[in-house]
Ligand binder design. Structure first.
Ligand code: 5GP
Length: 192
């Protein structure tokens, strides 16, 4: 998506060849107009899919996911990152390895908000190794719900997340796909 690629080039900074910082418009300060345009683009891609709810992971997924939920007029459920992994019957839980923090957390969702048969669109800010998305999918499967698709704001295509998700048959739609990056250099893959 052109406006997102422009924002990444203007405000993004590659901390190293693996991690991109976009605090100016996505991960700290948030640009609501850009969020709105991105949500519309995501919904255009998934317009033929049935979507009952949007799901994401706290905290950075919430802003883009909320815009998608608002435009589609469906609820947003964000999965929480718990520090305790004590089993709780009220919750769906799954261990996830955090790419940015290099440690594990327990992804949790209350059984009250994800139900059998629901069709869910997963929205997240970044796709790297796919651990967060696969954790969310694990929870959706525990609930006997279904994934309608996976929408990502920034995909780092040099990492294996997309391959792992498409190998399992999921429709992965990313608004910006980074082929490679280094200090002062970010190169995109063009979406067909
Ligand atoms: P994955 O689970 O696909 O390995 O990593 C995705 C999660 O890690 C995202 O939810 C995001 O919060 C975080 N993440 C991964 N790579 C980056 C990055 O380059 N920059 C930022 N800001 N977050 C990232």
């Amino acid at each position: 998506m052109k406006q997102l690629e422009e924002a990444i080039l203007k405000y993004g900074s590659a901390i190293n060849e693996q991690v991109l910082k976009v605090d100016t418009f996505l991960n700290h300060q948030i640009d609501p107009n850009l969020m709105y345009l991105m949500a519309a683009d995501i919904l255009e891609h998934f317009k033929d899919k049935k979507i009952d709810k949007i799901i994401t992971i706290e905290a950075s997924g919430i802003a883009p996911a909320l815009m998608v939920a608002y435009q589609l007029n469906v609820p947003l459920v964000f999965f929480k990152k718990a520090t305790s992994s004590i089993l709780n019957e009220e919750l769906y839980q799954c261990q996830v390895h955090s790419f940015t923090k290099n440690k594990d957390y327990t992804l949790t969702a209350s059984k009250n908000y994800i139900h059998e048969g629901e069709k869910l669109l997963f929205v997240d800010d970044f796709l790297a190794n796919g651990e967060a998305a696969l954790g969310a999918i694990n929870i959706v499967k525990q609930a006997n719900a279904e994934i309608s698709g996976i929408a990502i704001i920034i995909e780092k295509s040099f990492q294996p997340g997309r391959e792992r998700l498409t190998a399992e048959g999921y429709d992965v739609y990313s608004l910006a796909r980074i082929k490679q990056m280094a200090a002062n250099h970010i190169e995109f893959i063009k979406n067909e």
